[in-house]
Design a protein around this ligand. Structure first.
Ligand SMILES: [Zn+2]
Length: 324
């Protein structure tokens, strides 16, 4: 792909009228602010963003190692500033396993403290215990097998800011959502919000490491920022309404599960298609319904005290996004 053409050809977006960019293309959202929709289907990559400050570049999301390597030349084509910080929106492989690539390119991984707590829970191999998620992923991905986990080293509790007098980016934590360490990147002047997987634009929700009830409240807190442009963790850039649609999806999912939650696990499992039909009828949220609905229903059911569906254990671990 001719990168310069892709950048020049991307619409210069008004924050009020987000335009859909193609997968693997760079979109210039505002001067010095870029969005890149990663190729989830082919490579499991997440979306990236980057902000060009006076002296350095802050990148949003670490991606998988191959995703980091794919996007670095595109960042370098947009600016000659050095990449100094890579912000992991959460601990999942498609957002944090590329950290070593960023470090090798001169950047420091940054994250909410919950990312470290989650890594200590799931990355047992790194912390001296039994093989964990990294080792499992390395069996399926050459880029992971060829790299090493590099947990973030600059951490924040509720917020931290990057501000050169012209551009300002606030990294914010609003509580548990997709994980216990979700961070948002907020650009108050441009009203652009990077959400990681706390908000996606398509059938990409994975609920296994989070809490669906708290997720709703976290999205409501993020909504109060008044974003005009939302850059999700997966799927195309959207307007501010995406946060409300994502919230409504979990509200409706929980309401649908609640109708059946006293059933036995096998019976509950048998209701998934009926729940799918209910959710798909709602045009505002139908886009979030996908192959991972079974594990989402199971998650809500177990949050309410039900037992996990025995045949579905694999869906609560490992690959966080169903790609097909
Ligand atoms: Zn993701």
């Amino acid at each position: 792909m001719n990168l310069r053409f892709a950048i020049a050809g991307a619409f210069l977006l008004s924050p009020l009228s987000p335009v859909r960019a193609a997968v693997n293309e760079v979109t210039n959202l505002a001067p010095g602010i870029y969005f890149h929709e990663g190729d989830l289907k082919a490579y499991g990559h997440c979306n990236n963003g980057w902000i060009v400050f006076d002296d350095f570049i802050l990148v949003i999301d670490g991606n998988f190692p191959s995703g980091a390597k794919a996007v670095i030349p595109k960042i370098q084509a947009s600016s000659d500033r050095p990449i100094r910080f890579a912000f992991d929106t959460h601990h999942h492989g498609d957002h944090a396993y590329g950290n070593l690539v960023w470090v090798e390119n001169g950047a420091v991984p940054v994250a909410h403290e919950g990312v470290i707590a989650e890594m200590m829970k799931y990355e047992t191999g790194f912390y001296g215990g039994a093989p964990g998620r990294w080792e499992k992923e390395a069996q399926n991905r050459k880029d992971v097998a060829a790299s090493k986990l590099k947990p973030p080293t600059v951490l924040f509790k509720t917020s931290m800011a990057f501000d050169d007098g012209q551009r300002r980016v606030e990294l914010l934590h609003f509580g548990v959502a997709h994980t216990h360490g979700d961070g948002f990147a907020w650009l108050p002047k441009e009203k652009i919000l990077f959400t990681g997987d706390a908000c996606v634009n398509g059938p990409y929700n994975y609920a296994g490491d989070g809490d669906t009830g708290q997720w709703i409240r976290t999205l409501e807190a993020a909504e109060k920022l008044g974003a005009k442009t939302v850059c999700p963790g997966h799927g195309p850039v959207a307007g501010g309404e995406l946060l409300r649609e994502q919230r409504d999806y979990f509200v409706e999912l929980r309401a649908a599960v609640k109708q059946h939650w006293r059933r036995q696990p096998a019976e509950m499992r048998g209701q998934v298609q009926a729940i799918r039909a209910v959710l798909e009828k709602n045009a505002r949220i139908a886009k979030f319904v996908g192959d991972s609905l079974v594990s989402q229903v199971e998650k809500v059911y177990t949050e309410r005290g039900g037992k996990a569906f025995s045949e579905n254990k694999a869906a609560t671990d490992g690959d966080q996004h169903v790609r097909k």
